[in-house]
Design a protein around this ligand. Structure first.
Ligand code: NAP
Length: 269
């Protein structure tokens, strides 16, 4: 049996084990996918250990994606993004990044036009880096707002966009065609709003990459009548691309989506 896994800290919230194990079953693979709580300090030991034990592949999540760059050999995309969320084991231990592609596919599926659009990206962490890079490649004009404005400016410089602090959202939100929340705000019940929902208007798209609950930002979007997209399909597509990298097989997208939605429902109970 091949072992796969996801490393992160915390890791209990991850839906990837349910999603990837469902995919392995559907593909008839003798494989199993487990969550492992791994701290930044032990990441190198853990990756080398997984390699020594013949693991089939890994995903990495908070807070390991940037640190992993220095441990594995990143492919061109992971190097350009500056973060690794997927590791494959062959002759070399190679780092990949499938987050940007996952976000892009979720937007495409919702028929959102990116080329030439004005995109407001909130956040400047690992996921935001992947999305910023991908949106810039697809021809969006990007503004980035972050709690730490220095990080927004740094990321904006990297993709020739504009960087701001969160206090600028009041002015930026009404002007944007597509608004993307790539912060962790909204993951927890009771999290504050990043901006007043009344700043939104019909015709805008709001993509919140948080996937574990319907966030206040998405509730506000639905109330206003704008297009709301949650993080579930990004999760599915980034995981599907990882599965394809590890196995070379065509991922069963429907099975993976169903597994995620069922797991989310089970956790509500
Ligand atoms: P990260 O690298 O730790 O970045 C976190 C981001 O959130 C930073 O921009 C940070 O701002 C901001 N932030 C955190 N707490 C905040 C607060 N109280 N107020 C304002 N901003 C705050 O994390 P990540 O890997 O990018 O993940 C971010 C979120 O995306 C998580 O919810 C994660 O689950 C989700 N995600 C979803 C998918 C998917 O497939 N749907 C994939 C990847 C990630 P500072 O820079 O100022 O600290």
């Amino acid at each position: 049996m091949k072992i796969f896994g996801i490393f992160g800290d915390p890791i209990e919230h991850s839906l990837s084990p349910a999603m990837q194990n469902a995919a392995f079953r559907a593909l008839g693979l003798d494989a199993c996918y487990f969550p492992f709580r791994i701290t930044k300090e032990r990441l190198e030991d853990a990756i080398l250990g997984a390699s020594a034990m013949g693991f089939g592949g890994l995903n990495l999540t908070i807070p390991l994606k940037e640190k992993a760059l220095k441990i594995v050999i990143p492919d061109d995309l992971a190097e350009a993004i500056g973060a690794v969320n997927t590791v494959s084991f062959g002759e070399d231990i190679v780092g990949h990044n499938t987050d940007g592609l996952g976000a892009m596919k979720a937007l495409e599926e919702a028929r959102v036009k990116i080329k030439g659009s004005s995109a407001l990206l909130i956040g400047a962490g690992g996921a935001a880096r992947a999305i910023a890079y991908t949106l810039a490649k697809e021809g969006a004009e990007i503004s980035i707002a972050n709690r730490n404005p220095g990080k927004a400016l740094e990321l904006a410089g990297f993709i020739q966009g504009e960087g701001y602090g969160l206090e600028d959202l009041e002015r930026l939100v009404p002007q944007a065609d597509v608004i993307i929340n790539a912060t962790s705000v909204g993951m927890m019940e009771g999290d504050p709003r990043l901006f007043d929902g009344n700043l939104l208007h019909i015709g805008q798209v709001v993509f919140d990459i948080v996937y574990n609950r319907e966030t206040e930002m998405l509730k506000d979007t639905v109330k206003i009548g704008a297009v709301a997209i949650d993080g579930v399909m990004m999760l599915v597509y980034q995981g599907a691309k990882a599965l394809e990298i590890w196995t070379g097989l065509k991922p069963p997208i429907d099975v993976m989506e169903k597994a995620v939605r069922e797991e989310l429902k089970a956790r509500e109970r």
